[in-house]
Design a protein around this ligand. Structure first.
Ligand SMILES: Nc1ncnc2c1ncn2[C@@H]1O[C@H](COP(=O)(O)OP(=O)(O)OP(=O)(O)O)[C@@H](O)[C@H]1O
Ligand SMILES: CC(=O)N[C@H]1[C@@H]2OC[C@@H](O2)[C@@H](O)[C@@H]1O[C@H](C)C(=O)O
Length: 365
């Protein structure tokens, strides 16, 4: 196939919140042509989600146990999700050139050149009969990069033609930003987005998350604690930089003595301040922020971000993108870049020494 012929790629990822598997499809040349298709989230079974959450709470296991059974279960859950997605959208295997299979991050320590995503691309390729790319982050980390974030080059392709500089903010379990101004693309993880708040409301109220940010909105943030959390040297560290989902958990213990409402408000404020701190690491203050990821549904986050940043802060839907599936689409897009030998990450997005190709291709047959 000619290098610049667009092809259809299915992208599939389970993010750090471990709520489920996002599947989407994109038709792309791996460069500036991107035509995103539909997407769908298929929840993990309760048992699998519990096993994964238990695992990430024990970093030593996540780093070094073989986890063969769990990895197979994660892979099979992804295969089932892709199958259902194809059925529901009447997509035939013959139409799909590639699957971009991110897998489930369970441990991420770029400082020791280690990142681990559970998932077996070989098995996906064989079972579905579609060439599959996995291990997107490995070459980057091996060469000293942060191994994340990886969505920025997809953001750049989507943002082509929009007024710039532009900031794209992903509020997932962890937060990350992409700053785009023409050829300049700067990206890094900002801090916790929903992970601390999710874990707090789970402990206190047995809830998966603070729906619409109602609990946080009804409390009062403790400014002393927020300042203490923000004293973490991470926020002054120059970009690129990335985080593990659990990085702030130990230090955020101060909220334990607060009420549910004030604890949630304090953690939400920490998220907002950590996002504002991103402005320390970009050349110009963007006049527009586009927000993606589940946290854009947290009305409290969005209101506080608007107040704090003092500029337009809107969900990505305001420019016609689908904030639930940008990450899944990105890994479809990156799969195409991978097989076409194009870089997946840049010195300004992950700190790699030079634009870095990556991903491993597993043939269907
Ligand atoms: N209606 C809602 N109100 C408040 N928060 C919400 C709502 N819907 C989703 N969320 C938040 O979004 C989170 C999930 O976001 P998302 O699916 O973007 O995360 P992820 O992709 O798993 O994470 P990451 O991008 O870090 O890998 C939930 O855990 C929850 O905190
Ligand atoms: C190692 C890893 O899986 N990191 C995730 C995580 O979740 C959000 C943030 O931290 C981001 O850096 C990254 O995911 C997205 C998909 C990325 O690579 O762009």
């Amino acid at each position: 196939m000619a290098r610049n012929t667009p092809m259809k790629a299915i992208g599939v990822i389970s993010g750090t919140s471990m709520d489920g598997i996002d599947v989407s499809i994109v038709e792309t040349d791996g460069d500036m042509t991107v035509r995103p298709g539909p997407g769908h989230t298929y929840p993990y079974s309760d048992a699998l989600r519990r096993d994964l959450l238990d695992l990430i709470a024990e970093p030593a296991r996540a780093q070094s146990e073989p986890l063969e059974e769990l990895e197979r279960a994660v892979t099979d859950a992804h295969i089932a999700a892709i199958r259902r997605f194809m059925e529901e959208n009447a997509i035939l295997p013959s139409e799909v050139g590639l699957v971009g299979f991110h897998g489930q991050t369970v441990y991420h320590r770029p400082e020791i050149r280690f990142t681990r995503q559970l998932g077996l691309g070989t098995r996906v390729a064989k079972v579905l009969g579609i060439d599959t790319v996995d291990r997107f982050r490995h070459a980057d980390v091996a060469s000293g990069g942060e191994g994340a974030p990886f969505v920025p080059l997809y953001h750049r392709a989507l943002a082509n033609g929009l007024e710039q500089p532009l900031m794209i903010l992903n509020l997932g379990g962890v937060g990350n930003v992409t700053y785009i101004d023409g050829d300049t693309v700067i990206a890094f993880d900002t801090g916790p987005a929903s992970a601390l708040l999710d874990d707090f409301v789970l402990r206190r109220r047995g809830l998966a998350y603070d729906e619409d940010g109602r609990i946080a909105a009804s409390g009062r943030a403790d400014p002393r604690l927020v300042a203490e959390f923000m004293a973490n040297p991470y926020f002054d560290r120059p970009a690129p930089k990335s985080l593990d989902r659990q990085d702030f958990h130990a230090r955020a213990k101060g909220v334990e003595t607060l009420s549910d409402e004030d604890g949630a408000a304090t953690l939400a404020e920490f998220t907002v301040e950590s996002v504002a701190a991103a402005l320390r690491h970009v050349p110009k203050a963007p006049r527009r922020w586009l927000v993606t990821g589940g946290g854009r549904r947290n009305a409290h986050f969005m209101r506080r971000l608007r107040e704090r940043l003092g500029v337009s802060v809107e969900p990505v839907e305001s420019v016609g993108w689908n904030g639930d599936f940008l990450e899944a689409q990105a890994f479809g897009y990156l799969a195409v870049r991978s097989v076409r030998g194009l870089p997946l990450s840049l010195p300004t997005t992950t700190g790699v020494p030079h634009p870095m190709p990556g991903g491993e291709l597993h043939r269907a047959a």
